[in-house]
Design a protein around this ligand. Structure first.
Ligand code: PMV
Length: 366
């Protein structure tokens, strides 16, 4: 689909008020998105596991205004309390998506949102938050235009989520989602995430992700700044080419269930992401001493046991430990015995690969 196809024709229906609610998960990239062009167009394609437990639930109540407003009209509640601090981000998001949802200034919205994971756990909530909000707006658009197809609904939800936070476009569906044009993945596009179209071996079913919370503090450098530092980065061209090559290789890895090669690609991607941060100008480091302690322990444990445990990182110090269902007992025991001591307040989250966002039924509150 093209960008223009997301600009709707006049809606057949009128809707005065209602409530919609979605629960949308986070995701963890295997091939990382790092670097972007204008309008959240990725500099390279990426692929992620959709998660299951780490999620944002968002309820949007809408009421038609007597006349279209000049500004957006909304109240925002986070975990039950008004949250003025989040409003500018939502305002920016609404401004970016208004062209595609021309009804936005016709309504007053009450947005109530909460996360399944603890606040300030260092877990990026933008992917789950932006995808949940995009889905709520799509549910309203579906009421205005009930003929909308299911494909249009999910593609446009992903397209809108991308305009909120790039990686959010990979949180609509499961279990593996690719975003970004890659010549060997059919249907891939820079505009929205697609369900991975190629064969996936059953070893990847129920794959686990245990997230070790190494540092729960505020990141010193935001992803927006990090992405921008890929402009004029000395290794940018090689990095973007590497992402395409890794996606090519992953096609065979996913088909054959080659975990040895999976581990090499996933860990190399994580370290390359952080290497890009360390070699940008200005340079910065987001990992912490305990991140490295954990990585070394994982490598030691893997060498001894030959189990298929591996790690990945997002733009922070926390570690995602990935392992197959068949090895969950031994790996989980190892995490509890040897790794949890490196976590802030011994905190970690147990998650696994998930199927994507879910709509939650709500009684219309009139
Ligand atoms: O969606 P953003 O702009 O917060 O960027 C996320 C970037 C990484 O998490 C580091 C990698 C990825 O592909 O999710």
């Amino acid at each position: 689909m093209t960008q223009e196809e997301f600009i709707p024709l006049p809606y057949p229906n009128t809707v005065v008020e209602g409530v919609v609610k979605w629960k949308s998960p986070s995701n963890i990239a295997l091939v990382k998105y790092w670097g972007k062009k204008e309008n959240q167009i990725p500099a390279n394609p990426s692929i992620s596991f959709t998660l299951n437990a780490c999620a944002t639930t968002t309820k949007v109540s809408y009421k038609k205004l007597n006349a279209k407003g000049t500004d957006f009209s909304f109240d925002l509640f986070f975990e039950g309390k008004p949250k003025e601090g989040f409003k500018p981000k939502i305002e920016t998001f609404l401004t970016r998506i208004e062209e595609y949802l021309p009804f936005l200034k016709n309504y007053h919205f009450t947005i109530e949102t909460s996360n399944s994971f603890p606040h300030s756990s260092g877990i990026a909530s933008s992917a789950s938050a932006m995808s949940a909000l995009a889905l709520c707006f799509m549910s309203l658009e579906k009421e205005l235009n009930p003929d909308m197809t299911a494909d249009y609904f999910k593609n446009k939800a992903s397209f809108l989520a991308r305009l909120g936070s790039g990686s959010a476009c990979r949180s609509i569906e499961g279990t593996l989602v690719q975003w970004g044009k890659h010549k060997n993945t059919s249907g891939s596009t820079n505009l929205y995430g697609i369900k991975y179209p190629n064969k996936v071996h059953p070893i990847f079913k129920n794959y686990h992700d245990t997230i070790l919370l190494v540092d729960k503090g505020q990141k010193q450098v935001s992803s927006t700044v990090g992405h921008n530092l890929m402009h004029n980065h000395p290794y940018a061209a090689q990095r973007f080419a590497q992402a395409h090559k890794n996606l090519d290789e992953l096609e065979t890895v996913f088909k054959e269930g080659n975990l040895k090669r999976f581990i090499e690609i996933v860990e190399s991607e994580a370290l390359t992401l952080h290497a890009m941060m360390m070699t940008s100008m200005p340079y910065f480091i987001l990992i912490k001493p305990n991140t490295l302690e954990i990585i070394n322990k994982i490598w030691e444990f893997r060498a001894i046991t030959k189990l298929n445990i591996c790690f990945t990182l997002d733009a922070g110090a926390n570690i995602h430990i990935l392992y197959p269902e068949s090895e969950k007992e031994q790996v989980y025991q190892f995490i509890k015995d040897k790794l949890v001591v490196y976590c802030e307040n011994e905190q970690y989250l147990c998650d696994r690969i998930g199927v994507g966002a879910k709509q939650i039924k709500v009684k219309s509150e009139k």
